[in-house]
Design a protein. Sequence first.
Length: 107
Amino acid sequence: MTELRHEDFTEGGRDLVYLAGEHLLSEAHDIVFHHHDGDGWAPYEEGNTAELAQEARELIDRTAEAVKEARRRLAMAERPARLRAIRRQQRERHSRAGADAQEERER
């Protein structure tokens, strides 16, 4: 996998990376705010197992959607950054190869 550096990202790409994490944490915060009582999960329907299962399923689906959206945003930022990183690495290899050839000629 191509190693990414800060400079491989555009300003818009850096914003997308931030938004990916922000979206995920925002959803997590909202879930905790509405479904956690400080000690653990505070479901709405504690006595009805079928309702409890439905609520758990909805929380899982909501979390999965948040992760999916965060991954999508991150991929939107990383795709062009990877292309820049590949080009950068090719330039670095080309530059090293040229320096090695020059050194060899000087011997």
